[in-house]
Design a protein around this ligand. Structure first.
Ligand SMILES: [Zn+2]
Ligand SMILES: [Zn+2]
Length: 748
């Protein structure tokens, strides 16, 4: 007869519980408490049955939650009593096949400290092995073909375990017990170096010294990681960086830099505690930090106060950066804004005119991911690009449920997709700028991928109201019926959903371009959000964009347009930098006068362009928001003065600000002070409207709030007035978060 004190429990764990070493952890815990039973991965998480003495069981349950692996996260633990079976052993069972939605997926994890030690320990059998990993580190989402996270369902299935690895995998006392990515020099993936014709020029131990020497010689190297290719070059070699810019057709957009370790980073930059913590976290994003007086080449991030800095994520990156010993430019392996290359033969084809050599390996990337980009705002993390380590972003619906699966297709640049299922909201990784065939293809493949991975089929589709967005056009080819959501409403909803907040509130959506529901181009909008209704309550006075899209790339045109609105014909020779010759000017003025090919906009992004042009910083921009980035970078410290926007009824008039900028320029006020006064004016405007409309809650979203000075100052101003202020933190505040916000109207 069984002991009466004996009990058996079924416990189910949900959350980020697969691929984090959960089953080995449970095994250890159960066996040390003398419990019997089993544990296995199921599609919705982890299930176990545990049997033993009452006291031991409660100790087990307590420690299960308290000591759960730190790279995982429990969202729920449910228990059920079963009749004891009386068996004595504890086992890890094979996974159940995934059969339902709501799976949590484990993002890719940087190498852990124990594996890193082994990587550089000459006596270890994985010394210098570029694919060392264990139960709690290594690639996950990038190599996963389907759920659950089992070796046979990842690209590691190409590499059958050798007998040593098999023994470690089966040994409950080994830290690679049930590590799905386990491998070694005998059985694992291999690296080699190709020239740009695909001939192997180094393999094995030669790979890293050869690559490092090539980098020292100023060569451009395409480096394969598990999430896609990087193009790397010596970050302190001006000539090499310029050559990369020339070949990549990327004249000024900043590059990110990878450093061998945190100690080298600390010699170059003054980090805050949170910046250091994020840099070193297993997610290993690119962190935007203040450049200060660092020694890297000025052409890495020209005219920019910030620099994107990253630490090595994979053992391969550790081996390369440590061999090289200093900062390397590490930019996405693609051409301009197209999608990332991740397959080595395709990369060779597309990057052979950019890279001199290719460091490649034979582990397949299932799902390419860009590096995530984050920064610290008001001492909190803000994700600007969702990629490796952060993607997919998964959030519980928090009471805002849909009865059917909804797919949102996002915007045009910085495209992403999002899903609402019964219980969860998913936001995909950054896909790239739509319109290029490679990105369009990646976009459709990502839709299929998420549908398969989560076993969902959308019953409804939401897209932008812009008729020319590629995503809007693609929605017409999909079978489910589609709804359209205005761009800036989606921005506001992305914050409301992310923070789970409720109206009434004031929504501020400022960016470069979004199709307005009146057919004009919006970008400086204030919304009143009430329980049942969202309405636009005010917006910036409209002005012309002579040449439309061309004006978006040429701040000088926007500046002339504003001068024309303020000074009419007299504006002819007013632009202080005279960026046009006389013929160009008269054509431009004719366009403005006749409103010929001059669509109207209320965009705050374009106001930044105009001011950056007037003060002589940028006349033509080579990447999105370049003018705003440069204007922010020159802000003089400690300026509290501000220009003033006038609120006239439902319209915000900027003409006084333009006149004041012109007056300051005429009296030789410095560009830094003018920039500060302009930023301060925008921030004050928000506070004033909040005060006039007596809101106690404000939501900020849109690309303009990537401007750290503007965002932090606005947050501070509002908090001083006891206003609750919310902005996007885990969902990108730029167009990368639009798909997530498009779900807003569907799930409220
Ligand atoms: Zn590890
Ligand atoms: Zn092996």
């Amino acid at each position: 007869m069984l002991n009466e004190q004996r009990k058996r429990l079924e416990i189910q764990l949900r959350g980020r519980v697969q691929g984090v070493g959960c089953r080995p952890f449970v095994y250890h815990l159960a066996t040390t408490h003398g419990l019997s039973g089993w544990v296995k991965n199921i599609s919705s998480g982890v299930r176990m049955e545990i049997e033993g003495e009452d006291y031991q069981l409660s100790q087990f349950a307590k420690k299960l939650q308290m000591d759960f692996p730190s790279c995982g996260a429990l969202s729920s633990v449910t228990e059920k009593s079963l009749s004891p079976l009386g068996n004595s052993e504890f086992r890890i069972l094979d996974s159940e096949v995934a059969e339902s939605v709501s799976n949590y997926i484990q993002p890719d994890q940087a190498i852990c400290s124990l594996c890193l030690e082994e990587l550089f320990a000459p006596e270890n059998r994985r010394f210098h092995f570029p694919f060392i990993s264990c139960s709690s580190c290594g690639p996950r989402f990038a190599i996963m073909e389907s759920l659950p996270f089992d070796r046979e369902l990842t690209s590691m299935r190409d590499f059958p375990k050798c007998s040593c690895c098999r023994a470690e995998y089966k040994d409950p006392n080994d830290r690679r017990f049930h590590a799905e990515t386990i491998s070694c020099k005998q059985c694992g993936p291999q690296v080699c170096v190709w020239d740009n014709k695909g001939n192997t020029i180094a393999a094995g131990g030669e790979v890293f010294p050869l690559t490092s020497n090539a980098l020292r010689d100023g060569k451009i190297v395409a480096v394969k990681s598990d999430t896609g290719f990087h193009l790397m070059v010596d970050a302190r070699n001006e000539k090499a960086v310029d050559e990369l810019r020339r070949r990549k057709r990327r004249p000024t957009k900043p590059f990110a830099v990878i450093y061998p370790d945190i100690a080298v980073v600390e010699t170059e930059f003054k980090l805050t505690d949170l910046e250091r913590e994020i840099l070193c976290s297993p997610k290993r994003p690119i962190v935007l930090i203040n450049k200060g007086k660092c020694t890297i080449s000025s052409s890495v991030a020209p005219n920019n106060a910030n620099l994107g800095v990253m630490l090595p994520c994979s053992p391969l990156q550790h081996l390369l950066t440590r061999e090289f010993g200093n900062a390397l430019v590490a930019t996405s392996g693609n051409i301009s804004e197209e999608s990332l290359c991740f397959d080595e033969s395709l990369a060779l084809e597309r990057l052979k005119n950019i890279a001199d050599i290719f460091l490649v390996h034979n582990r397949r990337t299932v799902r390419p991911l860009d590096d995530s980009v984050v920064r610290v705002v008001s001492n909190e993390e803000q994700v600007l690009r969702l990629g490796r380590g952060y993607a997919p972003y998964i959030q519980k619906s928090m009471g805002r449920k849909t009865s059917e699966v909804v797919l949102a297709l996002g915007a045009q640049e910085k495209s992403s997709i999002a899903f609402a299922t019964g219980d969860y909201l998913f936001l995909s990784q950054h896909i790239g700028e739509l319109g290029f065939s490679s990105t369009n293809e990646r976009f459709l493949r990502t839709v299929d991928d998420y549908e398969e991975l989560f076993s969902i089929k959308p019953k409804k589709i939401v897209c932008d109201i812009h008729p020319d967005y590629t995503s809007s056009k693609l929605s017409l080819k999909m079978t489910a019926p589609s709804n359209q959501v205005q761009h800036h409403l989606a921005h506001i909803n992305s914050v409301i959903l992310e923070h789970g907040i409720a109206p009434p509130l004031l929504g501020v959506a400022w960016d470069g371009t979004g199709y307005g529901s009146d057919g004009s181009i919006w970008g400086g909008e204030f919304f009143s959000c009430q329980t049942k209704q969202i309405s636009r309550i005010c917006s910036f006075r409209k002005f012309g964009l002579p040449g439309g899209e061309v004006a978006v790339r040429e701040p000088r045109r926007v500046a002339m347009s504003l001068l024309f609105e303020v000074y009419k014909e007299k504006c002819f020779d007013l632009h202080p930098s005279t960026p046009f010759n006389e013929i160009e000017l008269s054509v431009l003025l004719k366009m403005l006068k006749n409103k010929y090919q001059t669509p109207e906009t209320s965009s705050v992004g374009r106001l930044f362009d105009a001011v950056a042009s007037l003060v002589g910083l940028v006349q033509k921009s080579s990447y999105e928001a370049e003018a705003a980035v440069q204007l922010e970078s020159v802000i003089a410290e400690g300026v509290s003065e501000a220009y003033a926007f006038q609120l006239r009824g439902l319209q915000i008039d900027w003409s006084g600000v333009i006149k004041a900028v012109m007056a300051d320029l005429a009296s030789d006020v410095s560009v830094g002070v003018i920039s500060a006064k302009f930023h301060n004016a925008l921030s004050n405007l928000i506070s004033n409207i909040v005060r006039d409309q007596s809101y106690s809650r404000v939501v900020l979203s849109g690309g303009c709030f990537q401007n750290k000075y503007l965002l932090e100052r606005t947050i501070q101003n509002l908090r001083e007035r006891d206003i609750d202020v919310y902005w996007n933190q885990q969902v990108p505040i730029n167009d990368g978060g639009v798909s997530f916000g498009q779900l807003g109207l569907e799930v409220s």
